[in-house]
Write a protein that binds this ligand. Structure first.
Ligand SMILES: *[C@@H]1O[C@H](CO)[C@@H](O)[C@H](O)[C@H]1NC(C)=O
Ligand SMILES: *[C@@H]1O[C@H](CO)[C@@H](O)[C@H](O)[C@H]1NC(C)=O
Ligand SMILES: *[C@@H]1O[C@H](CO)[C@@H](O)[C@H](O)[C@H]1NC(C)=O
Ligand SMILES: *[C@@H]1O[C@H](CO)[C@@H](O)[C@H](O)[C@H]1NC(C)=O
Ligand SMILES: *[C@@H]1O[C@H](CO)[C@@H](O)[C@H](O)[C@H]1NC(C)=O
Ligand SMILES: *[C@@H]1O[C@H](CO)[C@@H](O)[C@H](O)[C@H]1NC(C)=O
Ligand SMILES: *[C@@H]1O[C@H](CO)[C@@H](O)[C@H](O)[C@H]1NC(C)=O
Ligand SMILES: *[C@@H]1O[C@H](CO)[C@@H](O)[C@H](O)[C@H]1NC(C)=O
Ligand SMILES: *[C@@H]1O[C@H](CO)[C@@H](O)[C@H](O)[C@H]1NC(C)=O
Ligand SMILES: *[C@@H]1O[C@H](CO)[C@@H](O)[C@H](O)[C@H]1NC(C)=O
Ligand SMILES: *[C@@H]1O[C@H](CO)[C@@H](O)[C@H](O)[C@H]1NC(C)=O
Ligand SMILES: *[C@@H]1O[C@H](CO)[C@@H](O)[C@H](O)[C@H]1NC(C)=O
Length: 655
């Protein structure tokens, strides 16, 4: 059974077992006092600003009706007592006070208060009155302060979730009590609860039936006990992002069968119980040591994230035997060695993240790439040619940036028919032209070939992508020729970076067709001509709230242009600076330095949000408009090396 949905399933079972019971002799009626208590609860959270919404959410809770029929309320089929209350995500707003009638509902077995807003109030110690609780969920409910140690009195708890509450603190004495007394716990989630003071060895006293432990971002400190890894019932362990948590992966043991794994010449044999771990996330901690070959015993593992630690040693060949593994990340460790070609052999692994530190030939990986969807191999020492892309590969995302690849990008790249992102940046010996076949990748969204030694023209056929391409980064190559105007036929393009290269010619007027452009960097080329006038159209087209395009001059409407960053510096652009640039309502950064621009700087509208303006090293003349100094957001202004006149007062400099 898939673990991730196991827990809600069980919770639901507990919750609905009575309702679904086939023998209902006569309708059960809610005891009067418990109905009143529920109405009181509703009332105590109704005074908020979202009151009308709350009424709507709990509208079935009405005086004079049977509370057992109310939304989120469950009664015992025989006694009629309220044994289940689920107000998850009902937008309850207000403090959870200790005088709440909630704590008089002592028959409760399931209580789900998650996804509400209890205004940062403390968790009342009176929860300990609800002694029959098996399921308590306070996740994302904005409770704060110390978790009361009285929680440990709820010794029947099977599910306890206090996760994702900012400013909730669990002290070591409370935790020790919880751990010792909640012997039936199967799922414990305390993610983001501040557990900095908790002594980690107390984790060892956690219930032996524990199957899921989530302690993400809990500020855990010290050494994580090995013993936890050996729990035969544990299916999920997620202790991500505890920077001061150290530890290492132990030698795993326990297997009902004799498993003989020949790993790099040594034989390992295991006897004992099979571990059930399906998901292991240790990322973002300070674990170290090698990844033990015995990891291969975790045969149910489908998710393994060991990234951002200090693991060292060779690539663990044994992952080849984890036949259910779908996700593997070893990024940002100190693991070296080569990646065995067999890694691609198992069909289930489809996400491989191995940023940093690996070496070897890329060929082996590409041969098996047919099995992967995402491979993240950036910042390694992979060498070799990109020659063997498999036909009909399932690859969607390939990142081979910052490696030692050389030679050309082969036209067989077109075989990766499902490719969404192609990132081959920063391989200084990647040479040759951009193959035309790249244009056959009809789903391509992100193309980053920057910081290579690619030459030749930018293929005109890039315009064929029309709908899919969103990001084009081809900067820092030696591309020449004009910018194909077809590039600006890509209606979804929002980032285009072509700097630096050796591109010539004019900036194609088709740039003005792009309504989604946010970042345009064409700087450091040999582009000439003037700044396309048609850009003005972008600032004139406006959208009404109901998305009808109409002419400007109507207030309150959103200007369609979305350009945030425009860098055309270091080219041979001539003509004047078009005043409409100042009307691009989203523009924050404007770099036009080192061109041949002439004429005056026109007045800037005071509503401009620009933060950086660089007009330096041009041939501008006339006075510096005072309005430049009144721009509320301006932080950097470069005007040097022009023929501008006027005075810049001290006041202006301080502004
Ligand atoms: C409570 O109800 C929500 C849906 O409103 C559901 O997702 C959740 O699983 C329920 N909680 C329990 C403990 O059954
Ligand atoms: C419960 O306590 C809160 C704060 O202590 C108080 O504001 C509220 O009036 C009390 N409610 C009742 C019903 O006593
Ligand atoms: C708690 O559960 C026990 C055992 O199921 C039952 O006998 C007892 O009546 C319950 N207590 C309440 C207050 O419902
Ligand atoms: C608690 O509620 C949250 C949000 O509704 C849910 O994601 C989580 O799985 C629940 N916890 C348990 C242990 O059921
Ligand atoms: C553990 O639970 C039992 C029964 O609920 C209770 O009597 C005892 O005081 C609890 N111990 C701690 C340390 O909370
Ligand atoms: C585990 O609990 C027992 C008492 O039940 C206690 O004696 C022991 O010290 C605890 N161990 C840890 C590591 O907290
Ligand atoms: C994987 O397991 C098989 C037997 O199931 C064994 O023959 C092989 O040596 C193992 N390989 C590794 C790398 O552990
Ligand atoms: C193996 O599991 C069984 C049943 O779950 C248990 O009784 C036994 O003690 C376990 N053996 C080991 C070595 O953990
Ligand atoms: C690139 O090629 C040059 C010349 O062959 C070589 O000296 C250099 O080391 C190569 N760079 C890398 C990163 O492989
Ligand atoms: C340009 O690319 C080369 C080769 O990858 C790299 O060494 C250089 O740092 C890059 N320059 C910039 C400005 O990024
Ligand atoms: C841009 O697309 C239009 C049709 O959408 C087409 O007619 C035109 O030729 C294309 N322009 C270029 C330069 O590819
Ligand atoms: C601007 O440059 C273009 C060529 O890049 C040239 O044809 C044109 O005459 C220049 N215009 C001015 C006013 O210098």
């Amino acid at each position: 059974m898939e673990f991730t949905w196991l827990s809600p399933f069980i919770c639901l079972l507990l919750y609905f077992q009575a309702i679904c019971s086939p023998s209902l002799p006569f309708p059960i009626l809610c005891p009067h006092d418990q109905g009143l208590a529920l109405l009181q609860i509703k009332k105590s959270f109704s005074t908020s600003t979202s009151a009308s919404f709350v009424h709507h959410e709990l509208e079935s809770w009405k005086e004079g009706t049977d509370c057992c029929s109310w939304n989120g309320v469950e009664c015992d089929t025989e006694t009629g007592h309220v044994i289940g209350l689920n107000v998850s995500g009902r937008m309850l707003h207000g403090a959870l006070n200790s005088n709440s009638t909630l704590f008089s509902l002592t028959h409760l077995q399931t209580l789900d208060l998650s996804n509400n807003d209890f205004s940062g109030s403390h968790i009342p110690s009176l929860f300990s009155h609800l002694l029959n609780l098996t399921c308590l969920n306070l996740s994302s409910s904005n409770v704060a302060g110390q978790v009361p140690s009285e929680i440990s009195l709820l010794s029947k708890l099977v599910f306890l979730d206090l996760s994702f509450n900012e400013n909730l603190v669990l002290e070591t004495t409370s935790f020790t009590k919880v751990v010792q007394n909640l012997t039936k716990l199967r799922e414990l989630s305390l993610s983001t609860v501040d557990m900095a003071s908790v002594a980690l060895h107390s984790l060892m006293n956690l219930s032996s039936s524990l199957s899921s432990l989530r302690l993400v971002s809990c500020a855990l400190q010290g050494k994580f006990p090995d013993e936890i890894f050996h729990r035969s019932n544990l299916q999920l362990l997620d202790i991500e992002d505890n920077k001061d948590l150290t530890g290492s992966l132990p030698r795993f043991n326990g297997s009902s069968r004799l498993c003989s794994c020949n790993v790099m010449g040594s034989n390992f044999a295991f006897l004992g119980n099979l571990t059930q771990l399906t998901r292991l996330d240790l990322s973002g901690n300070n674990f170290n040591g090698q990844i033990p070959p015995s990891l291969g015993i975790l045969e149910h593992l489908d998710f393994l994230d060991l990234s951002n630690n200090n693991f060292s040693g060779l690539f663990p060949f044994v992952v080849c035997n984890l036949t259910k593994l779908q996700f593997l990340s070893l990024s940002n460790n100190k693991i070296t060695g080569i990646i065995p070609s067999q890694v691609g052999n198992f069909s289930s692994l489809n996400q491989l993240y191995l940023f940093e530190n690996f070496q070897g030939s890329i060929t082996a990986i590409l041969v098996f790439s047919a099995f992967f969807e995402n491979i993240f191999l950036g910042n390694n020492l992979f060498s070799g040619h990109l020659s063997q892309f498999q036909y009909n590969s399932s690859l969607k995302y390939i990142d081979l940036s910052s490696n030692l690849l050389d030679g050309p990008i082969p036209s067989s790249i077109a075989n990766l028919v499902n490719l969404d992102s192609l990132i081959l940046a920063s391989n200084e010996n990647l040479t040759g032209e951009i193959p035309f076949s790249i244009c056959k990748l009809k789903y391509l969204r992100i193309l980053d070939l920057s910081n290579n030694r690619l030459s030749g023209f930018i293929p005109r056929c890039l315009g064929n992508f029309s709908k899919s391409l969103e990001i084009i980064v081809l900067g820092n190559n030696t591309l020449e020729g004009p910018i194909p105007s077809s590039i600006f036929n890509l209606t979804n393009l929002f980032i285009v970076v072509l700097s630096p290269n050796k591109l010539i010619g004019d900036i194609p007027a088709s740039i003005c067709l792009l309504k989604l452009l946010e970042v345009v960097d064409l700087s450091n080329n040999n582009l000439g001509g003037s700044i396309p006038r048609c850009l003005e159209n972008l600032s004139n087209i406006v959208l009404t709230p109901d998305n009808q395009v109409m002419s400007s001059a109507i207030g309150q409407v959103r200007v369609l242009s979305s350009i945030i960053f425009l860098d055309l510096s270091n080219n041979w652009l001539n003509g004047t600076i078009p005043s409409f640039l100042f009307n691009l309502s989203s523009l924050l950064y404007l770099y036009l330095g080192n061109n041949l621009l002439t004429g005056h700087i026109s007045r800037l509208p005071s509503r401009s949000v620009m933060e950086v303006i660089d007009f330096s090293n041009n041939m501008l003349d006339g006075p510096i408009p005072i309005s430049l100094f009144h721009l509320p957001s301006l932080r950097y202004l470069f005007l040097q090396n022009n023929s501008l006149t006027g005075r810049i007062s001290q006041f202006q400099c301080h502004n």
